[in-house]
Design a protein around this ligand. Sequence first.
Ligand code: FE
Ligand code: MN
Length: 361
Amino acid sequence: MHKTFIVGNKSFVLDQAKAEEAFAAKRVINGRETMTFNLLPLKYQWAYELYRKMKANHWEPEDIPMGKDIEQWRDAKTVTDIERWIIRMGIGYFSAAEGIVGDNIQHVVRELVTAPELKLVLGRHAHEENIHADSLLYMISSLGINPHECEAMFEDVQTIVRKNEFVTRISRDLRRDLDLTRPENKRLLAKNIFVFGQCMEGTQFYGLFGMILSLYRQNKFPGIGQMFRYTLRDESNHIEVFRNLFMDLVEENRDIWTAEFKEELRSTMAEAVQLEKDFIRDCLPVNAVGLAVDEFLQYIDYIADRRLEGVGLGLLAPGVKNPLPWLAEMMDIKKEQNFFEGRVTEYQKASSLEGAHDDDL
Ligand code: FE
Ligand code: MN
């Protein structure tokens, strides 16, 4: 018996019995370990689809002109020292944070999951963190910022150190041979995936994203703003990769999904929110970019609850409205199709031509 499998606009004829066996052996964890990267038959469709979507959003830092940014950086009349501080802070924080995310994917999550299509999308995810790191290098060199100054920020600013420690401890715990048949270890991995996707990339990145995009909205540092918008679009997909991964891991391992564990994750998000709010109060001159601190903090509550909602957990601040709708608009992935111009759109076109029948299947 043969069966035709459709992947995007490609079709494959597989021996049905073998395909069913291979399909059954695919698991988020504790599945068949193989070096042969057997993508067929696809079990986690979402992973392949997100891989394609992420690839279609490809961008290269050097395609974005930095001339205006360099001009503004040197001109004391156009931008203030506080605005320069925000840019330095953004570059400093993300230079290290993007590295931590990429490192966790490569040394923890991609190592521990077993289905090849999950490894495929995680490889792309890690590559996008490399692009983000590279874009920060481009900003540093264009503006002539001292890189050590940025590094020092990450090590010396206490509210950043605490944000950093919050994520690295859940990554460090998993860097050893881990028996993933044990529920406590499954929970450790699930928590890692939740912390990195929903708490860090999904919530704690948004304080600085908001600051830089509010400068961009005032036509300040357009090149940097553009790169951060591309980065944000990527982050939306990263949050989605980790959300799906988390949901499937839980689905396949119902034994870990106890009331106690749910509460642990919810309070972990509460801690992430607190750390982000401390960081905003301590470091971000919100008023200087024309925003109100209370609204900005409320935005963090709002975003965190969207993440909790996404993975089926109880909210922390039910009923909180989005106080910064313009920011949501800039970040809303669905509206970004016409939003991005130039090179990135060209990549999208090329890729959507190639996968023209994706939607029919
Ligand atoms: Fe990133
Ligand atoms: Mn990311």
